[in-house]
Design a protein around this ligand. Structure first.
Ligand code: 4AD
Ligand code: MG
Length: 447
């Protein structure tokens, strides 16, 4: 039995029922007559209150039990419907499994996120990180459920690959210590998309949910060298089909997480001036705004005085300040930006009739910017070959991908959700390093 199950099934509990549980001490307060320990088992941010009275306090040596210690307790469950905690455990027996040493860095007093980033193996012992990791897990589960309910096939795109799937040259190289293991250039995958496209041509609806790797030298609060991406790919879908799908997926997933994790969301909400849940609920109930890239350029041009980068022109890659301006000031909510200039987007995107833009979309959200990038894929073999030439990308390693266009190809569209960016959005956490257990960034690979 977990604390989460216990707290959500109070109706099934008999007052005075025997109960036994293991966990960690999160708080230890009281006096010589009565002590209250808060016990966590990681299943929820809520704790189980342990009550220990009179002679037992000395018997269990409670004054010596430090925060973070692991214990096993036995006792009787008492329903306390009028108290702030609806249930408590009156302890008859307590076994200290392992006390924490004095130097345990997680203490009751507030610590900074910077400090906690130095101890990624221990920071989950704070309530904040417990909440973040529980929401991360919840999002993962809801995303898988959504796809499974909609008859998507999960595919294991390879982690090690001979393709630079984005053609951006931001790859981490894989080799054995002896060298030349695969007898050709091999990378950690930057995307599972190309492999997902192969499977979409046959399974129709597929998705990946896997780590991806980018050697981007970006020291920002939104970039990791190792991040998780969810990449659905749907055959017979065009851009206008895939955008509403992405919108529905996100809204369903977020709404379920808010409903199912009230304690964690409440804790995170309190750290965001109680504005997090309201903002998310507003997003869920508002139709997604769609904006042409060229329309955004016109708006940004009018406000260029407000930016650091004031050179605004059709063809520019929008900076984070521009993306945020559109999402925060213009739309005041998430926005799907569509039809980007082809020169700032990847080789595989469908070239629009205007010859200038591609059928791409980015989902931009306030506070973060891009959380999804996707597109309709170029279906025309010749145009794809020509695009590779223009971009000086070698055709040979991608020949298999080009060949898909020859064997019963159907239009195909898909997107990638940056999983950590989604976790940031839902938890309100500002730095991407704080929503993944062990973050990897340029120059930083702890543990
Ligand atoms: O826009 P991106 O580069 O698109 C792709 O990789 C496509 N192959 C997806 C597809 O169509 N199947 O990346 C998708 C998302 C971004 O919107 C962003 O949220 C996230 O992945 N992302 C990163 N997240 C953390 N750290 C990084 N370095 C990221 N790079 C991209
Ligand atoms: Mg992108």
């Amino acid at each position: 039995m977990t604390i989460k199950k216990l707290l959500t099934s109070l109706n099934d509990i008999k007052h005075g029922q025997d109960f036994e549980i293991q966990g960690w001490v999160q708080n230890n307060r009281g006096n010589e007559k009565i002590k209250f320990l808060a016990l966590t088992d990681g299943s929820t941010v809520d704790t189980l209150q342990l009550v220990i009275k009179s002679e037992n306090i000395k018997r269990f040596n409670l004054d010596k039990i430090n925060l973070g210690s692991s214990i096993k307790v036995k006792g009787k469950l008492l329903l306390t419907p009028t108290a702030p905690q609806p249930i408590e455990l009156a302890v008859d027996d307590l076994i200290l499994i392992n006390n924490t040493d004095e130097d345990f860095p997680i203490q009751k007093k507030e610590t900074t996120l910077d400090f906690l980033r130095e101890i990624p193996h221990l920071r989950h012992r704070t309530n904040l990180f417990r909440a973040i990791m529980i929401i991360r897990n919840a999002l993962l589960f809801e995303i898988h459920s959504y796809f499974q309910k909609h008859d998507f096939l999960n595919i294991a795109a390879p982690i090690i690959t001979s393709n630079d799937g984005e053609g951006a040259g931001e790859t981490l190289i894989v080799n054995s210590s002896e060298g030349d293991f695969f007898k050709q250039k091999s990378f950690l995958g930057v995307t599972g998309q190309l492999h997902a496209e192969a499977y979409a041509a046959g399974f129709k609806k597929v998705y990946t949910f896997a780590p991806t790797f980018r050697a981007e030298n970006s020291h920002t609060t939104k970039h990791l060298a190792e991040f998780w991406m969810i990449e659905p790919e749907v055959a017979f879908y065009e851009l206008n089909d895939i955008i509403p799908f992405a919108d529905n997926l996100l809204k369903t997933v977020i709404s379920n997480v808010i409903k199912k994790y009230p304690s964690e969301m409440k804790l995170l909400d309190s750290l965001k001036d109680n504005n997090l849940i309201t903002t998310l609920k507003k997003y869920i109930s508002t139709p997604l705004k769609i904006m042409e890239y060229k329309e955004a350029i016109k708006i940004l041009e009018k406000h260029k005085k407000e930016f650091e980068e004031q050179n605004i022109f059709f063809g520019m890659d929008l900076g984070s300040e521009h993306e945020k301006f559109i999402a925060e000031k213009v739309v005041n909510g998430p926005v799907a930006m569509i039809n980007y200039p082809k020169d700032i987007k990847a080789f595989y995107m469908y070239q629009n009739d205007d010859k200038k833009t591609v059928a791409a979309f980015d989902l931009l959200v306030p506070g973060i910017g891009e959380i999804i990038g996707g597109s309709q894929r170029e279906s025309r073999y010749e145009l794809l070959v020509q695009r590779l030439k223009e971009l000086k990308i070698k055709q040979e390693p991608l020949q298999w991908y080009l060949d898909l266009r020859k064997y019963g190809y159907a239009p195909s569209s898909g997107f990638g959700i940056g999983f950590e960016r989604l976790v940031m959005y839902v938890t309100g956490v500002a730095n991407i390093r704080d929503v993944i257990p062990f973050p990897r960034t340029p120059g930083n690979i702890k543990m």
